[in-house]
Design a protein around this ligand. Structure first.
Ligand code: AGP
Length: 369
């Protein structure tokens, strides 16, 4: 193990730092002159995608959060209606099947019992257009689906999923663009812009990794707290959920995530000086809305830790700590923001002295119900 870990203390840390390479490997298919096409999802994909009217994503845990981000992408870029369901709920509820649905199952391991069962359930309802986004080529989920996209994150050993998540997002970005192109909604110039952003993604993630010392200092400050609140809006709301899951999972600090607009509908009552509030502040179209949510927190004495893109223009002040992120990265911004939250939870867990790679009560893949 010591040899494999190299310069790193834990697999989780190693896997966080492997993300630029994992993304480069996963996106190799569009390197150089590659373009967006259904072929990225296999030779039968054009046939399977034709006539798809909606997308249903099924997954658990972190993989479910990847689906939630992709929902924002699919509906805004490809204009394809999309729902995302927790696999363990979907398999047991009575739903209305639609054969023109593309069922996308997302799983790092490809062995998660609930996700596999949800896929079989969808098929039993007559939904035969299925795609597995998975990190393990010969896994049960991959064998069960008619199309596959294999992320090339490499083996993920830490129980907390990191590089599998960001490569799932890369795969889902390609899916969004492929469906948009098929629907005639991806003009050439726009496709070229997205391809540049995707090809540059590993370098952009590398820049976020360089923020580790500042993030570590933040972790020191709030590792002593018992609770934390994560806020995001739009496509960064699922990133807030992922940040909260990571923190709970490895540091055992109770964390909750909210869409920032929901604050005044309940969670604001929790805010006081003992409740650190972590906010994701990308310089996007929802920034002004988020800023007013943050003011609501400050007015109640809540201490804010804000990951702010260059250009977000949120000033440091008493009780408002800012961690400057790189330039806003458009549609793919969630990929950058999640990396900083992974580092935050990793360092909070180090301060707390928990077993980072094997948190209590959890297994790497949940192969039983
Ligand atoms: C993430 O940190 C978790 N360990 C967990 O939520 C995981 O993502 C979930 O169990 C799904 O696993 P899968 O991607 O292998 O299907």
């Amino acid at each position: 193990d010591a040899v494999e870990l190299g310069q790193y203390r834990h697999y989780m840390q190693k896997e966080i730092f492997e993300q630029p390479q994992a993304l480069a490997n996963t996106l190799e298919i569009i390197a150089g002159g590659g373009s967006i096409s259904p072929q990225l999802f296999g030779s039968q994909a054009a046939e399977v995608f034709a006539g798809v009217r909606r997308v249903l994503m099924l997954a658990c845990g972190t993989s479910y959060h990847a689906g939630l981000v992709a929902r924002y992408w699919l509906e805004s870029v490809a204009k394809v209606p999309c729902t995302v369901e927790i696999a363990s709920e979907y398999r047991y509820r009575e739903s209305v099947p639609d054969p023109d649905t593309l069922v996308v199952v997302i799983s790092q391991s490809g062995e998660t019992a609930d996700t596999l069962a949800a896929l079989k359930h969808a098929r039993s309802l007559g939904m035969t257009r299925t795609l597995a986004i998975c990190n393990v080529p010969e896994s049960a989920i991959v064998r069960e689906a008619c199309l596959r996209f294999i992320t090339r994150a490499g083996p993920e050993i830490g129980v907390a999923s990191t590089k599998a998540f960001t490569t799932q997002l890369a795969a889902l970005a390609l899916l969004t663009l492929a469906l948009a192109k098929l629907a005639g909604r991806l003009p050439e110039a726009e496709e070229a812009r997205y391809l540049i952003a995707l090809r540059h993604l590993p370098v952009a993630v590398q820049k976020v990794l360089e923020l580790e010392p500042q993030i570590e200092a933040w972790a020191q400050r709030f590792a002593a707290k018992h609770h934390a609140l994560f806020l995001g809006r739009g496509r960064h709301w699922p990133i807030a959920m992922e940040g909260a899951l990571k923190l709970k999972e490895i540091s055992y600090i109770h964390a909750e995530a909210y869409a920032a607009g929901e604050l005044k509908h309940g969670p604001l009552a929790l805010v006081d000086r003992d409740m650190p509030v972590i906010a994701i502040a990308p310089a996007d179209e929802l920034l002004e809305k988020l800023k007013s949510n943050l003011q609501e927190v400050r007015a109640r004495g809540g201490e804010l830790y804000v990951f702010a893109d260059a250009g977000s223009e949120i000033a440091e002040s008493e009780g408002v700590h800012i961690l400057p992120m790189p330039e806003h990265y458009g549609m793919l911004s969630p990929v950058l923001h999640v990396v900083s939250l992974q580092l935050l939870s990793y360092h909070a867990a180090l301060v707390k002295g928990t077993d980072v790679d094997k948190p209590r009560n959890l297994a790497k893949s949940v192969t039983v119900e």
